[in-house]
Design a protein around this ligand. Sequence first.
Ligand code: PGA
Length: 245
Amino acid sequence: MPLFIANWKMYKTYDEAISFAKDHHEELVSLSKNGNQIIISPSFLCLDQFCKIFKGSSVSICAQNCSTKQSGPYTGEVDAPSLAQIGCQYTIVGHSERRHLFYETSYDIAAKIELLFQNKIVPIICIGETIATYLKGDTVNVLREQLESILFITKQYSLAYCIAYEPVWAIGTGKTPNSQELTDIFQWLSETVNDPKCTFLYGGSADEKNSAFLLQIPHVGGLLIGGASCNFQTLKKIVSLGQID
Ligand code: PGA
């Protein structure tokens, strides 16, 4: 059952996001069936409305981040308990944009995962190498390092989670790893993580032209889609390619 996570980043304003949800509500709900699961990740400000609009439907809602802290004097932060209270079922953590632009560390990411588990929210944990690492052939070492603090936490909980492999050099660039590279990485990930609670996702320039190819890579259980997910017709094409019947 492929997961399709629409990571809207900061692409849509509040009004644009709400219009998208209202205009395409019915089609999104019917697309999120027959073996497909659509998960929409709008900005924080839209989450409450989205949870209400899609309440009780087959479409799930995902936050793009959360605080490392449960509560307290942390101006501008958003706590995991509040995300759970509004009905948010998933949260992205460790996205490379957070790691590189906002200096998030492995410790921050581990703390967020723990808080999400405590609040019964499924973490979508992003890992991936930079272009420099890729060119040096050092990808697996970097992924192993990124996984270390994550697996330390996930082993302590019996709850489901996702690991999204997103090469930094593939995000928003139109480039993707080739079939052999993806096959090798996902095989290595599945052996290294070795956990039936984990669903593996691919992210980085996934679109309607390459999604069928990406979804047939062994161990890929879905896609984390940025830019291409902002257009309804494109998202529809991507999801339709994962349709089982
Ligand atoms: P992209 O982004 O699909 O626009 O490359 C993916 C992501 O950053 O999650």
